[in-house]
Design a protein around this ligand. Structure first.
Ligand code: 13P
Length: 246
């Protein structure tokens, strides 16, 4: 049985105090379970507090939203993978569309970050997804293929086997416009035809649409932005249909 994965990407929200308060309430509302994996991606500045709050909950993993690809040095404002690991993270989000399109990080940087994560002992959730104009031009699969190829280009096969993919169509992120379950299924099946890995869906996942998305055979979980900021919403999403697969 593959466990579904529910990941909260808080983006630039919640400092240490708010993180402590959120997690205390969330842990009370979401008792320990071994039939799904939950990952929390707080701001880097809140990682240590989050790690402390989660110390008795091995069912919940801690992730870092972004890392630099170098181990250390003169990179003002950046955090390395080993620093994130030291702060309690075991997973790194790499290639998020906001990193790609707001901060101009291309395939080469994504590849270097994936390699840096593994070198420091982190695993990776590699995000891929097309922009609206790419979908309109019928280049969705080509774009996703290129992003996948680049993301794994510096990893060995044992490392590749440990990553998860997040398919996040850029036009669905923070817009309230979710991909239909059929469209998500089609892209997840495409990704799985290339790489036999868990594929999470991201882009306006809400309590109202989570179960329907998760019911698709190749949707293995959700990467949740805005709705994860509301504890009740994220709990409801984590409780959305948990399927068993052989
Ligand atoms: P929203 O859920 O706010 O659309 O964000 C999705 C996302 O970017 C998760 O990484």
């Amino acid at each position: 049985m593959k466990k579904p994965v529910f990941a909260a990407n808080w983006k630039m929200n919640f400092g240490p105090q708010e993180t402590r308060t959120y997690l205390k309430t969330f842990l009370d509302a979401f008792p320990k379970t071994d039939d799904r994996t939950v990952i929390i991606f707080p701001s880097a500045i809140s990682l240590v507090v989050a790690g402390f709050a989660l110390r008795d909950r091995p069912d919940i993993l801690l992730g870092v939203q972004n890392i630099h690809w170098e181990e250390k040095g003169a990179f003002t404002g950046e955090n390395s993978a080993s620093m994130a690991r030291d702060a309690g993270a075991s997973v790194a989000l790499v290639g998020h569309s906001e990193r790609r399109h707001t901060f101009g990080e291309g395939d080469e940087i994504t590849a270097k970050k994936c390699a840096a994560a593994f070198k420091a002992g982190l695993t990776v959730v590699l995000c891929v997804g097309e922009k609206l104009e790419e979908r309109d031009r019928n280049t969705t699969q080509a774009v996703v293929l290129r992003q996948l190829k680049a993301g794994i280009s510096r990893l060995n096969s044992a490392q590749i086997a440990r990553i998860a993919i997040a398919y996040e169509p850029v036009w669905a992120i923070g817009t309230g416009r979710t991909a239909t379950p059929e469209l998500a299924q089609e892209m997840h099946a495409f990704i799985k035809s290339l790489l036999d890995l868990p594929v999470l869906y991201g882009g306006s996942v809400k309590p109202e649409n989570a179960a329907e998305l998760l019911a698709q055979p190749d949707v293995d979980g959700a990467l949740v932005g805005g709705a994860s900021l509301e504890i009740d919403y994220f709990v409801a999403i984590c409780e959305a249909a948990v399927r068993s697969r052989s």
